[in-house]
Design a protein around this ligand. Sequence first.
Ligand SMILES: Nc1nc2c(ncn2[C@@H]2O[C@H](COP(=O)(O)OP(=O)(O)O)[C@@H](O)[C@H]2O)c(=O)[nH]1
Ligand SMILES: [Mg+2]
Length: 199
Amino acid sequence: MAVNFRNTRFHKLAANIKDCPDEGLPEIVMSGKSNVGKSSLVNALADNKKLARVSAAPGKTRAVVYFNVDRKIMIADLPGYGYARVSKEIKEGFNKLADDYFTSGRHFDLVLHLIDIRHSPSKEDIGMLEYMNSNNVPYFVIFTKCDKMSRAQLKKRIDELSEEFDFSDTANIFAVSSTSKTGLDDLKKAIEEFLFGGQ
Ligand SMILES: Nc1nc2c(ncn2[C@@H]2O[C@H](COP(=O)(O)OP(=O)(O)O)[C@@H](O)[C@H]2O)c(=O)[nH]1
Ligand SMILES: [Mg+2]
């Protein structure tokens, strides 16, 4: 099924797990550290800079933000983890919502786990990848901000990280840049294929 990613609209905010909607659409969850580029990627996929608020200040998203993509997919933009600038209490609160998302038994179809290509994965990243591997959660690993590195460095980084971490055999690995728009078409195709197959 062809998905028109440009037809993406804000759907709703949910400040806790009880308020998270179920509209019966396949759901993609954006996961990853604060500031890794989750909101920018939602905007880039939709080709709409104003859609998801992009912030240079980490830790601003305090809720799950839902987007409806062409009435075919729901995207859940989760609060990130690893905030350095918020208080411990708030930090734990944020983590709780993200944690609840994965442990509440909520159904979702695909996790996009984002890792900044410039940095080594954090222990939260490793924990998340291990969790998804051992719970058979379908995920794509997305290296972000690839405009910040040369192609040669990029390949080296991907090889290095693939060796370092036991990505599941079926894991798809992508490299994107929301700034230069690299890798977005491949990612969109893979999402369509994964969610809708030959339909
Ligand atoms: N150079 C570059 N910067 C990016 C890219 N994607 C996001 N950023 C920047 O990284 C910061 C955090 O992005 P944001 O989307 O708010 O991250 P989030 O906290 O994961 O939602 C912002 O300053 C963005 O402009 C990218 O592909 N390339
Ligand atoms: Mg964000």
